[in-house]
Ligand binder design. Structure first.
Ligand code: AMP
Ligand code: MG
Length: 401
């Protein structure tokens, strides 16, 4: 069977996925990372009033000259209500305080001197100096955040600046996560002969939670057809997506494929990527199913490259912030592969530029490289890399969010 290019597999998967239509209204303090359900338009100006950008004196600059002395007719701290400026006087004013009607500039206090009878304006400001006009940040009717946008801290701050207390967001995808393997033991339990700890469950659940999912885990499903079928049909009643780890190869202990085919339908690929060749996709009773390989690094890489775009679509996200950049390789990769390779690399700043170092052990069973690294270097099919070459990398930080 020919190897399937990653893009073709993703195209197929995305064609089967529709965004969750359920929404919920939540408080702004719970909104970090949530996906906006609708565009949101400003209903007020920010700032709501002309205010001072400096501590100083508000005044009318018309017919004034450097060195003039003005009486101080009022004091306006931030939050106070300003009275109209008496002609020919200055108002003591502080940063963020409302500029009084009749004033058209603020002179910063460093350019003044308190003297007998008032304040001496050493350097007269120009019209408009140090005044932040109402609406200069946000105007009424301006689009603030758009449907499908994941809310970041600065977006939440922007909404708060408009007095918004609640937002309508897309409901979190509920993902059922099944890890298959008779050899798997939960961390915290003693390890018997022939056993290993179930690391994929914790890694995948952490990735999924980071992508804004609710995760229901089915720990260590046994390697027999009935156990896998029972777990899958139970999962399909609980969630918006089923993800499994392990058991999707073609060995006789790999039952996920047969179980999904009996309960629903399945497309199975040998993806043209390394690590991460065996990946399965299908559905059980209209619930999409994604089967990831069991080898920890394969699981990690396919989660980033396959599960992530699927979840972005499911979660209703419109923009994925994938950041692919070119950096200089600080490693040699002499073996041209028949699959696109995703090396776990670390970008280190070196004499003003970023260079990518590759971890020695790039085995699909070894997870250390992923923990050590901060990016995936994409090596095209048939390519080799010599130190100093330019390589394309996907930054983990952009893949994790
Ligand atoms: P499989 O895909 O089930 O054939 O598993 C491939 C390799 O990954 C085997 O060495 C498994 O022991 C290992 N593996 C499978 N599932 C997990 C898991 N949840 N955590 C850690 N390693 C796993
Ligand atoms: Mg297995």
């Amino acid at each position: 069977m020919a190897l399937t290019p990653l893009v073709d597999a993703i195209d197929h998967i995305l064609g089967q996925i529709s965004a969750i239509s359920k929404t919920e209204t939540i408080g702004l303090s719970d909104a970090l990372g949530r996906v906006m359900a609708h565009d949101f338009f400003a209903t007020m100006q920010v700032p709501p009033m002309d205010n001072s950008a400096m501590d100083g004196y508000a005044l009318d600059v018309e017919s004034m000259a450097d060195g003039d002395v003005l009486a101080v007719s009022q004091r306006i701290p931030a939050g106070a209500v300003a009275q109209a400026l008496q002609p020919g006087t200055a108002a003591r004013i502080f940063t963020g305080a409302e500029v009084p009607a009749g004033a058209n500039a603020v002179v910063m206090q460093e350019n003044t001197e308190v003297v007998e009878g008032g304040v001496k304006i050493l350097i007269c400001p120009r019209h408009g100096d140090n005044i932040r006009l109402a609406g200069n940040d946000i105007d009424i009717g301006q689009c603030i955040v758009t449907a499908g946008q994941r809310l970041r801290a600065q977006d939440i701050g922007l909404l708060a600046s408009l007095g918004v207390a609640q937002v309508e967001v897309v409901a979190k995808p509920n993902v059922a996560l099944l890890c298959t393997g008779d050899e798997l033991v939960e961390p915290g339990d003693p390890l018997g002969p022939g056993q290993i700890y179930n690391s994929n469950q914790y890694m995948l659940a952490s990735l999924l939670k980071g992508w804004g999912c609710e995760v229901e885990t089915f720990a260590s499903v046994e390697d027999d057809l009935e156990s896998v079928k029972t777990a899958l049909s139970h999962a399909s009643r609980l969630c918006d997506l089923i993800i499994s780890s392990g058991g999707v190869s073609v060995g006789e202990e790999d039952h996920v494929r047969a179980a999904v085919e009996e309960l629903g339908h399945l497309s199975m690929w040998r993806l043209a990527i390394k690590p991460g060749k065996p990946v399965a996709f299908g559905a059980i009773a209209d619930i999409p199913f994604l089967g990831l390989p069991g080898n920890p690094s394969s699981s990690f890489v396919t989660a980033l490259l396959v599960a992530r775009p699927l979840l972005i679509k499911l979660a209703g996200l419109q923009n994925d912030s994938l950041l692919e950049i070119s950096v200089t390789a600080d490693f040699d990769w002499p073996h041209a592969g028949s699959r696109e390779e995703y090396l776990r690399v670390k970008l280190i700043r070196h004499e003003g530029e970023f260079r990518a170092s590759a971890y020695d052990n790039q085995s699909s069973g070894a997870l250390m490289a992923a923990s050590w690294g901060n990016a995936l270097a994409r090596i095209p099919i048939g390519s080799t890399v010599t130190k100093g070459d330019s390589v394309k990398v996907l930054l983990f930080d952009s893949l994790f969010s």
